[in-house]
Design a protein around this ligand. Sequence first.
Ligand code: 5IU
Length: 489
Amino acid sequence: MASFENKLKDVIIKLHEIEALKFGMFKMKVGIESPVYVDLRSVISYPEILENIADLMWEFAALRNIECDQLCGVPYAALPIAALMSSRSKIPMVMRRKEAKKYGTKKLIEGKFNPGDNCVIVEDVVTSGSSVLETVVDLHSEGLNVTSVLVVVDREQGGSHNLSEKGVAMNSLCTLSKILQVLKEAGQINQDVVDSVRKYIAASQIHPDGTFLTPQPRTENVNPSRLTLPFTARADQAVNPVAAKLLKVMVSKQSNLCVAADVTSASRLISLAESAGPYVCLFKTHIDIVEDFSPQLIQDLLAAAQKHNFLLMEDRKFADIGHTVSLQYSQGIHKISSWADLVTVHPIPGEGVITGLKSAVTNLHRGCFLVVEMSSAGNLASPNYVASSMEISKKHPDFVAGIVCQTSGTVQNPGLLQLTPGVSLDCQNDGHLGQQYNSPEDIVMSRGADIAVVGRGIIQATDPAQAAQEYRAKLWAAYEKRVSSVKNV
Ligand code: 5IU
């Protein structure tokens, strides 16, 4: 079966073929000229493409764990898409009228619903997000909760920011940048088109009231995004000192590979640190699964880290009140804060989990990765949870080195690292245990990982050193491709 990524590429190419995506010069609703036009209304004439879009949107919603009681299509182009998604998922649908009826019931929203129902808006294209915000207002006035919007194409002109300011998380199937990348790779558009669309996006960020947030055209170099800026430049933007150090290690070793050392004996742990060590930037432990743990193991791990120039991350996933995590971090037999450069943290307890950890490590160069999304099937990270977690991370830039997540839009700040587990060259999942895998290329290019976490792909290989080399090469090549594909435009 074709992968999600391939199906998406296919749909983008078909949309271009049927001229739902056009390049030239077009007058936009907000009064500016655009070198690209996206109009999905004509898709109803191509039922197969329509069906493919709805299927992809549904698959995408499942990947992001988006659950709701109602789907709401925004007229017109998104209505058939929402209807097909509703038919497939059996989630009922409501519809916002373009204008309230002049006679009979003055309904704004058609369809049956209960006050308090959670509703996800389905939209075809978002520019500033103003149409979606109008829909949100009407749905709210009828008592529906709206927490997220699913969009086929994000024109990257401020919609995501404008919506998140109003508490609505935007999840887009693809961005204009993605469309440019796919069509360029498929030979459908040339570099000049890519250049002009990129310039246009950078220079035309729009506020929902129609005013421009960026009146002066920006050049690519002024404010490149996390995904396009090379690691070297990002090291200067990292506030947490461990993030800066890690970025420098990544550059010097040309490695964005983290090995997940899920082994249960001290000798295997050290042997893995020795064999995979030369090829990784980060060595991730679950120290509590080592059956013969002793303080000597920590000395040996630190020696290996120094010898092979990698950092240590204890994947402890702290998730308790501040006072308790400060003890878990610094006390007990493992004394994690004394040796782990980095730890993982669930933001579920709220900000106190970070203040608690910070209180245990004054004067030490330490940092954490906040776990805001997981790779496992059925995990409970909702778009709201992701958005609130990112707000927490912003309050502690001195301690938060990065974010553990699965999707490329989650981390915007180039000073933060995105760490993403669930990577394998051979498997798609691990059966009933729930892990879901992506290829090294997809994890870096589509899912936006800066560092990829590989466990069993390396530790269960007959030759872990060789497997680590192979993953390192593939992941680094994907990073270089990601940076250069955007740097050249
Ligand atoms: N891990 C995940 N998914 C997550 C988080 C952590 O797999 O969402 I947060 C950890 C678990 C394990 C490693 O230590 O990453 C992945 O190992 P495998 O590559 O063997 O599946």
